[in-house]
Structure formats: structure tokens, C-alpha cells
Design a protein around this ligand. Structure first.
Ligand code: ADP
Ligand code: ASP
Ligand code: MG
Length: 408
């Protein structure tokens, strides 16, 4: 059996009929040059998913049936997968588009989005055995009732990696509109450097902290199933970035990347009784509403009181705030609640932090010298994150990049 690779093309890469023609040429070239089988995964054409979401909002308002949201927004990938199969046939290859239901990509719902639970590979294998290239509609799967569901924004990356894992593929290529993973968002920081290699752990931290080049869930799956991922441009021929378990000199770079997650909000509860079980009570209540809380900090106040601050996506903050106000007023009268909707999360990430100390102090010092105030701080073994005012986010990324990457 020939080796197999999964090639996933993002929205800009399939953004026009010309681009779809280029994608077909790229797949054809890879097949001819390597003799490898290719399973293609595509996103919707650039802007299409946003257009569908907006259409749903115009017809249904802010809240309508979640099932119909998924049925609606999954449709963009049906168009691009069929067009890509047509383009491949035109290149002289047998190809067949497959929807999430035809693969099938089996899923389970988690809050608003689905996660992949299983991908039986029989259909794809039998196409490959017949010399037919499968072109899978990314982002979509089906639930137990056979309804279409989607995997969250950027979810075609996850379709690609999950298929690579299920098929035991040699690699998953994520082909996008930049040359690979950079040390900072290249559209914000002109000095950002292309990273030749990053570890799963670093990529996980970078993705969850705002480097949208890979959906976080796709990196979880790549790490779990040890799928080597190559992030590269579909517009040029560079080698891109390899995402793997470990690499030589992994701990030499103190900081590999700097990211910023905009559009966050901070909610602060003051004068909470400083008693065991209060935080559990508040956060279980928030959890029931489906809101995804990120950074959490608790401070001891005076007179047996405490305050708790947490961040969450700005889009979910109004409803969470309103709900908390009524819950807390009833259960803990006297508690004050404040909301700040202009927050960004800024992070520095690097395997080198495992062995180098003093990084937090340097980060805070650099920000302090720019007059950027720090609201909340959280850390992991290889990441330091701070919440700052959103208006400082680009300045903060560039200044930290200068200090930790350019001057290193
Ligand atoms: P696709 O449509 O191919 O899935 P995305 O828009 O989801 O592409 O992701 C690619 C974009 O991610 C790039 O255009 C870039 O602006 C952005 N990005 C943010 N941070 C980074 C980073 N650290 N490295 C590379 N790209 C990044
Ligand atoms: N089309 C979907 C989105 O825009 C999925 C993807 O692009 O990966 O989020
Ligand atoms: Mg994407």
C-alpha cells in the first residue's frame, strides 16, 4: 500500500475558482512526485461561513434553533468539496467529494459545538483502493440522529488531523495563506519569524492563546495520536513548519512565540464571603450556561471577604454577566459585580521556559516600561499569560517580540 497523506486547504486557498484550480494542481503534483495517496480536506470558500452565519442572524435573530445553525453553516464546505473534486477530475485524476455524513464523521455535542468521536474509514479506503481521491468537506460531521453538526470555527483543521489519525496517515499537511507558524501573528508583527519546528505542546499553547493558524482541538488530536503536522502555504512551495512531539534544541529558545487573544471580557465579583465552596458554586452556575471561562484569579479582601475575577469571550460576556447578577443578588446579597469588555489575553510561549527562570519578571518589566498595566496573570510550565487592555495588544506583541525573539 502506498503511503498516505492528508492535505487540508483553508478558506483563502479555495477562495475562488482559480484558487480551486491551483489546489487541484498542487494535489496532482504531490501525487505524481511522491506516488503517495492523498485524502483532501477543504474549508468553505473564504468569507462563506461568515456570510452564512450573518444570513442566519438576519432571518432568526440572535437566538434560533442550534440544529438549524449547524445545518446552515456546514453548507459552505459542500460547495468547495464538490468544486475541488471537479477540478481534480479536470487534472486527469479520479476524485469524489464526501460530506460529513458520507465519510462518515461521527460526533458528539459539547456545549455549542461538536467534537469528533469516531471516523470509520471503510468508505475512504475503498475509494483509495479504486484509485479515487476522496475530497472531504471539512468542519462538518453528523450526530446520532444524522443531523449535520459543525466543529467550531476553524474546524476543518480538526477534520484533517482526525482523518490523518483514523487512516494512520504519514502526515497531515495544513495548507493555508501564510508560510507556516510564525513567532507572532505576521499581520501584526512585521519582524515575526517563520518557525521551522514547534512541539505539540508549544503549538497547543500558541493556538489556544490566539494563533489561529491551527484550531486548538486539531493540535490536541495531533498530540494524542502522534500525527506529524506540516503547516505551509498553498500559494508557494516553502517547507513550512513541522509540528511534532520533540525536536533538537527544543529548550534552547526561551520564547518561541508571542500571541494575543483579542475580544475578551473580564468579570469581577467583589465582597464574596471567603468560605469554602463559594468558588465552586459560582463557577458551576456559570458552567451550566455553557460559557467558557479562561483566566481566573481570586484575591483575599478585608473582613473575611474575597474577590474573584475571570475572563471569557466578549461575545458571551453580556449574557453571563446578566445571569450572574440575578443569581448572585439572590444568593449572596451585597456582592458587587463589574464587567470590563475591552480585554485581550497576551501570552509568551516556549519549551525553554521549563529550564530558564525569570521570564515572568522580564515580561512584566517590558510591559511596565511601556505603561501597560497587567490585570490578571496565569501560567503553565511553558506559557505566561496576562490580561491587558485591548488597545495595547498590538504594541505589547511587538514590544515583547523585540525583547524575547529579535534580541535573543
Ligand atoms: P485557513 O483559512 O487557511 O484555515 P486561517 O485564517 O484560519 O487560515 O489561519 C491563518 C491565519 O492565521 C494567517 O493568515 C495569520 O494571519 C493568522 N495567524 C495568527 N497568528 C499566527 C501565527 N503565529 N503564525 C501564523 N499565522 C498566524
Ligand atoms: N469554514 C469554517 C470556518 O470558517 C471552518 C474552517 O475554515 O476551518 O470556520
Ligand atoms: Mg483556519
Amino acid at each position: 500500500m502506498p503511503d498516505l497523506v492528508v492535505m487540508k486547504f483553508g478558506g483563502t486557498s479555495v477562495g475562488s475558482s482559480e484558487r480551486i484550480g491551483e489546489v487541484a494542481k498542487r494535489v496532482a503534483k504531490h501525487k505524481k512526485a511522491t506516488g503517495e495517496d492523498v485524502v483532501v480536506v477543504v474549508s468553505a470558500m473564504a468569507g462563506e461561513t461568515n456570510r452564512l452565519i450573518e444570513l442566519g442572524r438576519k432571518v432568526g435573530g440572535e437566538k434560533y434553533a442550534l440544529r438549524e445553525y449547524h445545518q446552515l453553516v456546514s453548507s459552505g464546505e459542500q460547495v468547495s468539496s464538490a468544486l475541488t473534486a471537479i477540478a481534480l477530475e479536470r487534472e486527469g485524476f479520479k476524485a469524489k467529494s464526501l460530506l460529513g455524513s458520507q465519510v462518515p464523521v461521527m460526533t458528539e455535542m459539547r456545549a455549542q459545538h461538536a467534537i469528533i468521536s469516531d471516523i470509520p474509514c471503510g468508505n475512504i479506503r475503498s475509494l483509495l483502493d479504486k484509485g479515487i481521491t476522496p475530497v472531504v468537506a471539512g468542519f462538518q460531521g453528523i450526530d446520532a440522529d444524522g443531523s449535520y453538526v459543525t466543529l467550531g470555527r476553524g474546524g476543518s483543521d480538526t477534520t484533517g488531523v482526525a482523518l490523518a489519525a483514523a487512516l494512520g496517515a504519514k502526515e497531515c499537511h495544513i495548507l493555508t495563506d501564510v508560510d507556516g507558524v510564525y513567532s507572532a501573528a505576521p499581520n501584526i508583527c512585521k519582524q515575526a519569524r517563520l518557525l521551522k519546528v514547534v512541539s505539540y505542546e508549544e503549538m497547543l499553547e500558541l493556538a489556544s492563546a490566539g494563533a489561529k493558524v491551527l484550531q486548538t482541538r486539531s493540535v490536541h488530536l495531533a498530540r494524542k495520536f502522534k500525527v506529524p503536522v506540516i503547516v505551509a502555504s498553498s500559494f508557494s512551495e516553502g517547507r513550512g513548519t513541522l509540528v511534532i512531539e520533540e525536536y533538537e534544541g527544543m529548550e534552547d529558545n526561551v520564547v518561541s512565540g508571542i500571541t494575543c487573544l483579542p475580544d475578551q471580557a473580564k468579570i469581577t465579583l467583589r465582597n464574596l464571603p471567603d468560605k469554602a465552596g463559594i468558588a465552586a458554586d459560582i463557577f458551576s452556575h456559570i458552567g451550566e450556561s455553557g460559557a467558557v471561562v479562561d483566566m481566573i484569579v481570586q484575591n483575599q479582601g478585608s473582613a473575611g471577604n474575597a474577590s474573584i475575577s475571570f475572563t471569557l469571550p466578549e461575545a458571551e460576556s453580556d449574557s453571563t454577566y446578566a445571569d450572574l447578577v440575578s443569581y448572585v443578588n439572590e444568593k449572596f446579597p451585597g456582592v458587587n459585580i463589574e464587567i470590563d469588555k475591552n480585554i485581550a489575553k497576551l501570552s509568551v510561549v516556549g519549551e525553554g521556559m521549563r529550564v530558564h527562570s525569570g521570564i515572568a519578571a522580564r515580561m512584566f518589566d517590558v510591559l511596565g516600561r511601556e505603561g501597560i498595566n497587567i490585570d490578571l496573570i496565569t501560567t503553565s510550565e511553558i506559557k505566561i499569560s496576562v490580561a491587558i487592555k485591548q488597545k495595547y495588544s498590538e504594541l505589547a506583541v511587538r514590544t515583547l517580540h523585540e525583547h524575547f525573539v529579535e534580541a535573543a
